[in-house]
Write a protein that binds this ligand. Structure first.
Ligand code: GLA
Length: 403
């Protein structure tokens, strides 16, 4: 009797522990990460100011919840017991008070480490310390872990990420696990049970369409990253997302390019992790990042990733099915000159192959709404005609019904 009660108790606690990790990212995670602007030049003061700015700028209200510290938060060595040590100059009071401050603003807090022996910037990696590090993150009340892939020679990616995923679960605190393995080992094929998002490519770079060579590796412009998402839509869904890397919005591209970048990330159901200095962002940048209706496309509860439907003369048409039989359509002009668009809905055959859903403008009528302009844009019974500005988008929401 006593033994069966014990087994029942054990079973229930295992189920409860597993349940805590379900539903952590039913829509793509949203937040801010320090890397794209600050690299390793981070500090307690900067984090606190950023947390304040996330609230005052309206980002928190728009859904940006996670404030994530990337590489560079640690001292160069572990302590004598093998624990990670926060850099005493950058974080004189440690990590816990920083996490507490972020939590006091109604936000969540994230950290970075690496599956290998060292992080990409040369700080202590987690290899061999998975359970110990996970316990420390839980004790500091961390909510999100980005886990990178530098100095990983000899490791099997699937095994290494499985170990860390298990360690986080064992530590007992629900922590979003962001796999950052750059898509080298096709994580979309195996990472769904391990974490909530996985990087699909190498690092992003803040240019519209370039390759930035860095010795042995390249970082990629926005369009290059978008191209690399082809064929991955079927791996994404509620709780597990393809991650085409963090946002470069507000970091030097034109407003049209920022709008195009943000729109395509929303079409892709990408995690929206801002990477600009939000303490001093322009009104225009803020307006892009917090555009409610465009963010709503990213966060659509059906959680089906969009896809590139067609390309004609550098003008791309992207499509994404949304909840309630609605659609998002994004016309993207990749060229440096304006493009005339004439899109006859009745002559096109847009089908989402993941859900097998057609956009049926023949037998149904959809109302068009221009999301960036926030204005009505006709209906699908007549062709949609517009000029798409260079390196810019027109993004429509199609809702079923008559005008
Ligand atoms: C890798 C990752 C980046 C960033 C840096 C930090 O390059 O892909 O996103 O985390 O490491 O060193």
């Amino acid at each position: 009797m006593r033994q069966s009660l014990f087994l029942l108790f054990l079973g229930c606690s295992l189920i409860l522990r597993a349940q805590k990790f379900e539903g952590l990212a039913l829509t793509p995670p949203m937040g801010w990460n320090s890397w794209n602007t600050f690299q390793t030049n981070i500090s307690e003061k900067m984090v606190m100011e950023t947390a304040d700015a996330m609230v005052s700028s309206g980002m928190k209200d728009a859904g940006y919840t996670y404030l994530v510290l990337d590489d560079g938060w640690m001292a160069k060595e572990r302590d004598s017991l093998g624990n990670l040590v926060p850099d005493p100059q950058k974080f004189p009071h440690g990590i816990k008070p920083v996490a507490d401050y972020v939590h006091s603003k109604g936000l969540k807090f994230g950290l970075y480490n690496c599956a290998g022996t060292k992080t990409c910037a040369g700080y202590p990696g987690t290899r061999g310390y998975e359970y110990q590090d996970a316990r420390n993150y839980a004790a500091w009340e961390v909510d999100y872990l980005k886990f990178d892939w530098c100095s990983s020679e000899g490791l099997n990616a699937r095994e290494a990420y499985t170990t860390m995923s298990k360690a986080l679960r064992k530590a007992g605190r629900p922590i979003i696990f962001s796999l950052c393995e750059w898509g080298n080992n096709k994580p979309w094929e195996w990472a769904q049970p391990l974490g909530q998002l996985w990087r699909t490519t190498g690092d992003i770079f803040g240019c519209f369409d370039c390759e930035k060579r860095n010795g042995g590796w390249s970082a990629w412009g926005i369009m290059r990253i978008a191209d690399k998402q082809a064929g991955l839509a079927r791996y994404a869904g509620a709780g597990h997302w393809n991650d085409p890397d963090m946002l470069e919005v507000g970091k030097g591209m034109t407003q049209g390019e920022d709008r195009a970048h943000f729109s395509i990330w929303c079409m892709l159901a990408a995690p929206l992790i801002a990477g600009n200095d939000i303490r001093k962002m322009s009104v225009q940048t803020d307006a892009i990042l917090t555009h409610k209706e465009v963010v709503a496309v990213d966060q659509d509860p059906m959680g089906v990733e969009g896809f590139k439907y067609s390309v004609k003369d550098s003008l791309e048409t992207w499509a994404r099915p949304l909840e309630g039989g609605n659609w998002a359509i994004c016309f993207l002009n990749r060229s440096a000159s304006p493009r005339n668009l004439s899109f006859d809905w009745k002559k096109e055959a847009i089908i989402d192959s993941v859900t097998d859903t057609p956009l049926d403008a023949g037998s149904s009528s959809y109302i068009l709404y221009d999301l960036w302009q926030r204005s009505a844009a006709g209906k699908t019974s007549t062709p949609f005609k517009a000029v798409v500005a260079p390196h810019d988008v027109i993004m429509l929401k199609l809702s079923k019904g008559d005008l």
